[in-house]
Ligand binder design. Structure first.
Ligand code: ATP
Length: 255
């Protein structure tokens, strides 16, 4: 099985503060990994290192089998930062335009927008269930709908790996299940490897294949069902307070 991300003995510090210590983590092709950890546990720092936004200090990162310092195929990686809630209702762009802007990076601002590009935009919107909103102003949508549009924007350049920073933040409780179902379709039908980061253990769905618990160190990394079997006391001591988890899934007999 091909490793999409391979992290070896990674440590990172901001001045004197060590925020990641000896992290070893592999993400295989086709996985849907949730990296969970409390606020300040180093999740964003880890993402920034993987995205090449922070310089490696200690350890190694391989992307698609290639050392990160030599890696050039950034088109293979889509990234959705935590911005779904940051649009006010006056933001002057339609859903279609926001998604199309994901292509201009590749095409250049002045290039001719061809029919095939328009088809890609519509296909991406369709994949996240937002095609019917294409002419709406982005600012008029709910947080969860905006989040879907930003995912469509990342999909338009057809990434093989999609990295999502706190994607469920703008999504209200009753829409979480449908949101994960949409991610599940991207993962399974479109064969996109997914990595998401969340501080909220309660939103980790059974659609996720693997879980990594990060708090400076990697405390657990394995299959989601192994994670579910972890004792609540272990999770609570990892978080430093009581945790509520996995309230959503297994229609019958689930937690
Ligand atoms: N630029 C920086 N300079 C100094 N310290 C930083 C910097 N960025 C983050 N930190 C510190 O590093 C630690 C890890 O931060 P990081 O943002 O990676 O955590 P996180 O798990 O993503 O948190 P959250 O869930 O709150 O977003 C925190 O203690 C934070 O204060």
């Amino acid at each position: 099985m091909q490793s999409i991300i391979d992290i070896k003995q990674l440590s990172y510090r901001y001045e004197k503060d060590v925020v990641l210590e000896n992290i070893n983590l592999s993400v295989e092709k086709g996985a849907f990994l949730a990296i969970v950890g409390p606020n300040g546990s180093g999740k964003s720092t880890l993402l920034k290192l993987v995205l090449g936004l922070l310089k490696l200090q200690k350890g190694e990162i391989y992307l698609f089998g290639q050392e990160i310092n030599k890696f050039k195929n950034w088109d293979k990686i889509g990234y959705v930062s935590q911005k779904a809630n940051s649009f006010n209702t006056g933001f002057p762009a339609t859903v279609y335009e926001v998604v199309a802007s994901g292509l201009t990076k590749k095409l250049g601002l002045l290039s001719f927008f061809k029919k095939e590009h328009s088809e890609k935009v519509l296909a991406s919107l369709d994949a996240v269930g937002m095609k019917k909103f294409k002419d709406r102003n982005i600012g008029e949508l709910s947080g969860g709908q905006q989040q879907r549009v930003f995912i469509a924007r990342a999909l338009v350049s057809e990434p093989e790996l999609l990295i999502l920073d706190e994607p469920t933040v703008g999504v209200d409780a009753e829409n979480i299940k449908a949101f994960y179902e949409m991610l599940d379709v991207l993962n399974k039908n479109k064969a996109i490897t997914l990595v998401m980061v969340t501080h909220d253990i309660g939103t980790v769905s059974d659609k996720v294949s693997h879980v990594a618990c990060l708090n400076k160190h990697l405390h657990f990394h394995g299959l989601t069902n192994e994670f579910e079997q972890m004792r609540m006391e272990d999770l609570s001591s990892f978080y430093g307070h009581d945790v509520q988890m996995l309230t959503h899934h297994h229609e019958h007999g689930g937690m």
